[in-house]
Design a protein around this ligand. Structure first.
Ligand SMILES: Nc1ncnc2c1ncn2[C@@H]1O[C@H](COP(=O)(O)OP(=O)(O)OP(=O)(O)O)[C@@H](O)[C@H]1O
Length: 295
């Protein structure tokens, strides 16, 4: 067996072992720092984090009592984009070995989902770092594997899906029972600059609104799909896999946002879809026979 195939098999075995040990649904918690506005209003941090127990987070209630929550990993406010991305690296890279994977950012409005997933030009988030890493590894493997990358971007706004890189879309069930999005643009990307351009185009096409909770709140779920086509140049095998990177709209306690009319309708749609997503993940995590994907 050649050196590459040996390495490939070892990597797959290691990946399977880790997935078995850690489970195939993993939950990280990232706590953002207080904003300057919160500091100026005299707010203080409402949780306690012990660096020696990076899987536990204590929430301090107004009566000073504490409630403890367990995660696969907790990132304190000082954790930077690189540290957060490093924890997802194994999942991201698995797409190069033919696995499908999905990363969601879930949380209340203003908690840092878009910051984590998208980031800014100075502090790039998961989208950019993912593609940067995939391009880098594909170059390293170029003597034995040929990779092609395609990027698609869509949003779910009031339960309608929109292609952020092009036109109208429809979801259909395939003969194997999978949900497929018909007509979704697949934009081939050769480097990170091209990906950044595509992300910018997609971002400009998003539906945004503002609530009194967060002026630049995302009112839709934004989904980036990376399609990886792989061909083993030694034995000719081909695979196609998807990595989904999802910036969900913020969950809200509707009473608190003073939302009315259109904003109220958006919030209701957001909360309903987040609850449907919760049901899917719960069914998936408890290995139920029926996963309510259709919802
Ligand atoms: N880890 C962080 N470090 C510094 N600033 C952060 C961090 N996380 C979030 N912020 C800042 O907090 C603000 C809110 O973050 P962001 O817009 O990402 O929240 P969100 O969860 O996506 O909100 P929404 O659901 O309303 O879209 C932004 O100004 C963002 O730059």
């Amino acid at each position: 067996m050649d050196k590459y195939n040996q390495e490939h098999i070892e990597r797959k075995l290691l990946y399977n072992e880790i997935m078995e040990m850690k489970g195939n649904v993993r939950v990280f918690c990232r706590c953002r720092p207080l904003s300057s506005e919160e500091v100026s209003k005299g707010h203080t941090c409402s949780f306690h984090f012990d660096p020696s127990k990076n899987r536990k987070l204590q929430i301090i209630a107004s009566d000073a009592s504490r409630k403890q929550f367990k995660f696969d990993h907790v990132f304190p406010p000082q954790a930077n984009q690189e540290t957060v991305f490093a924890e997802t690296l194994l999942i991201v890279r698995s797409v190069l070995d033919g696995y499908n994977a999905c990363i969601f950012a879930y949380g209340q409005t203003g908690t840092g989902k878009t910051f984590t997933i998208e980031g800014t030009e100075e502090t790039r988030g998961v989208y950019y770092r993912t593609l940067e890493d995939l391009f880098k590894i594909s170059t390293n493997r170029s003597s034995t594997m040929q990779y092609q990358f395609y990027v698609s971007m869509l949003e779910v706004y009031n339960e309608n899906i929109r292609d952020l890189l092009n036109s109208k879309l429809d979801i259909k069930q395939t003969s194997e029972g999978k949900q497929e999005i018909l007509g979704l643009t697949l934009a081939q990307a050769y480097n990170t600059d091209e990906v950044w351009e595509l992300l910018e185009t997609g971002k400009r096409n998003r539906s945004v609104g503002s609530t009194s909770v967060n002026e630049l709140s995302s009112r839709s779920h934004c989904l980036l799909r990376v399609t990886v086509m792989r061909e083993n140049l030694i034995n000719g095998t081909q695979t196609k896999s998807h990595l989904w990177l999802v910036d969900l709209a913020g969950s809200k306690r509707i009473g608190k946002t003073e939302a009315k009319g259109e904003r109220l309708k958006e919030s209701q749609f957001i909360n309903r879809s987040l609850s449907a997503l919760g049901d899917v993940i719960a069914a998936f995590a408890s290995k139920n026979q029926h996963i309510p994907y259709q919802n």
